[in-house]
Design a protein around this ligand. Sequence first.
Ligand SMILES: Nc1nc2c(c(=O)[nH]1)N[C@H]1C(S)=C(S)[C@@H](COP(=O)(O)O)O[C@H]1N2
Ligand SMILES: [Mo]
Length: 163
Amino acid sequence: MKLLRILILAFISVALLMGPSYAQEFITIEGEVTRVLKLSIKDLEKYPVAEIKIKDQKGEEHVYRGTALSVLLDSAGVTLGRNLRGENLTKYVLVTAVDNYQVVYSLAEIDPEFASNLVLLTTHVDGKPLPKGEGPFRLVNQIDKRHARWIREIRSIKVLFSK
Ligand SMILES: Nc1nc2c(c(=O)[nH]1)N[C@H]1C(S)=C(S)[C@@H](COP(=O)(O)O)O[C@H]1N2
Ligand SMILES: [Mo]
């Protein structure tokens, strides 16, 4: 009986250490980039951390942690900052999830030199990895009052020209 208890405890500990099992473990950043990025949660740890403390749709406050999307796009060579002008301003970011849900952001609303919005590629909420069905990656942003663009289970992030 004691052995069984130890086995069950060991199993639970291993399951907790492994974290949630996701439908997809990585995302790609592609399209109008100079370098395609394929990122897992581990890869994202190499980038600077940013947090947003914000209410969810139910009005409950949470701390979302991840990396600013602008930092990742910059690392993929996307036109931001001084290069975000002229025809580059017609580029948009198409985000696709595992369930084929899609949302669009414009580059200008992601770029901190343009907008005071923070668009965060999150991996953690309240100190824990995003739950199954939500993670490993979810976009959260400061500005939207409705959270329909807080896209869960992201599969790809594509930068595209609108013409
Ligand atoms: N992948 C994916 N993300 C999604 C959706 C979806 O259908 N699929 N629905 C969106 C909508 S319409 C809302 S309101 C929020 C709801 O977030 P919640 O489930 O955390 O409350 O998730 C958004 N993210
Ligand atoms: Mo929604």
